[in-house]
Design a binder for this molecule. Structure first.
Ligand code: FMN
Ligand code: 7N5
Length: 409
């Protein structure tokens, strides 16, 4: 077999390795998958405008978010059900993140518990220190992604557990009040194999009583009924348990219930970016959930610039520094990360790329993905004449559909 040269090579292997149930869950998007496709192709429209004759003998990828130094602006996005990718699941991913000094967010829908992920991370940090290995970044830097449950006591308990386990920020996902229409998962009646289950919910009596945590299909699927059954296990679980009535008021409630920084994940408009600043959140993640929620929304790269203007203006009105903007969706190359940062992101997250690494070779596979993307980003920076992340701005990219570009033709 020829050697791995890029993340797409790893994706190809992962596609061949996974069974249809898991592959469709990881790979596909909602409805006609227009947004899923756009997430990748839109990056190609942005051209790089390199500057030359700048000293790029040292290129520093590190960034600081909420006072924490990360080795790179490429962070691991929260993705659920990682044991479908590899038997070590979330443990492998968090260990890889530690080894690479990468930011890591654990999903509410993990197949490993909060406590087990935290202890694996601490052990991995100790192992690095005892080998005398250093990473370019601070220890820690792990965040917890929260879905808010109808039973608020479950959410509050998850927050307490995440705090106790040393997670340093809460990522509240706000683009999934209801699960998107994922046709492939419906067709497959997507489920978890019987030996797997959610890692965190066993102690919540009410939730256990009303839900099937272990994936196996329960009962028959009612089709064509007025109160449409969402059709498969995960959609049914989310419909039963997650709270679709969430509003901005609940962000205040969350703020009252934690001292951790709060990021909102799933912001796509400048209006909501302004509201996020208004309600005092600490950061936003510009995301369309990897094309898995509302199909037909824009690729995140296309809305970044107006969102970053809105965040700057709204923060200035409060006499505050702009809150950090993180972007995700479709990032498969270091140059994609470079373009997102140029269009206004402070950092980016990768979802599927990490999952492909996990399928390919567990912890080492995720390390390989992070290494490849970081080296590609370093190369994009050096060849564009940037030696620090903070130097990357919109002068380094040209959007081929923009009026400025068209007027130059
Ligand atoms: C299989 C899978 C599971 C996901 N699970 C979650 C989740 O539990 N919580 C969440 O906020 N986002 C979840 N996401 C969305 C990711 O956090 C991220 O927004 C998205 O994957 C970015 O796009 P990319 O996969 O193209 O990098 C999931 C995405 C995938 C592909
Ligand atoms: C209820 C959401 C499940 C995990 C998720 O966010 C996803 O599959 O995209």
């Amino acid at each position: 077999m020829s050697r791995i040269a890029c993340v797409k090579d790893i994706e190809e292997i992962a596609i061949r390795k996974l069974d249809k149930n898991a592959l469709d869950f990881y790979y596909t998007g909602a409805q006609d998958q227009l947004t899923l496709a756009n997430n990748r192709t839109c990056y190609d429209r942005y051209k790089l405008l390199p500057r030359v004759l700048r000293d790029v003998s040292k290129v520093d990828l590190s960034i600081t978010l909420f006072g924490h130094k990360f080795a790179s602006p490429i962070l691991v996005a929260p993705t659920g059900l990682q044991k479908l990718a590899h038997s070590d699941g979330e443990l492998a991913t968090v260990r890889a993140a530690v080894r690479k000094g990468a930011g890591y967010t654990l999903s509410t829908m993990s197949t490993t518990s909060i406590e087990d992920v935290a202890s694996a991370a601490l052990k991995a940090e100790k192992a690095l220190s005892s080998k005398g290995q250093t990473i370019d970044g601070d220890k820690g830097g792990r965040w917890y992604q929260l879905y808010v449950f109808k039973d608020r006591s479950v959410s509050l308990d998850l927050i307490r557990r995440a705090e106790a386990a040393g997670f340093e920020a809460l990522v509240i996902t706000v683009d999934a009040p209801i699960l998107g229409n994922r046709l492939a998962n419906k067709r497959n009646s997507f489920t978890l194999p019987s030996h797997m289950e959610f890692g965190n919910f066993k102690s919540y009596a009410k939730l256990v009583a009303s839900s099937n945590l272990a994936g196996v299909e329960k009962g028959s699927i009612a089709q064509g009924t007025a109160e449409a059954d969402p059709g498969y296990w995960l959609a049914r679980f989310s419909k039963d348990q997650l709270d679709p009535s969430l509003t901005w008021k609940d962000i205040e409630w969350l703020k009252e219930n934690t001292k951790l920084p709060i990021l909102l994940k799933g912001i796509l408009t400048h209006e909501d970016a302004r509201l996020a600043v208004y309600y005092g959140v600490d950061g936003i993640i510009v995301s369309n959930h990897g094309g898995r929620q509302l199909d037909g929304v824009p690729a995140t790269i296309d809305v970044l610039s107006e969102i970053s203007v809105a965040v700057r203006e709204a923060s200035a009105q409060k006499n505050k520094k702009p809150i950090p903007i993180i972007a995700d969706g479709g990032i498969m190359r270091g140059s994609d990360a470079f373009k997102a940062i140029a269009m206004g992101a402070d950092a980016v997250m990768i979802g599927r790329a990490v999952l492909w690494g996990l399928v390919y070779d567990g912890e080492n596979g995720v390390c390989t993905v992070l290494d490849i993307l970081n080296e590609e980003l370093r190369l994009s920076m050096a060849l564009s004449g940037c030696s620090r992340i903070s130097e990357i701005d919109s002068s380094y990219v040209l959007d081929q559909s923009s009026e400025i570009f068209l007027s130059k033709l």
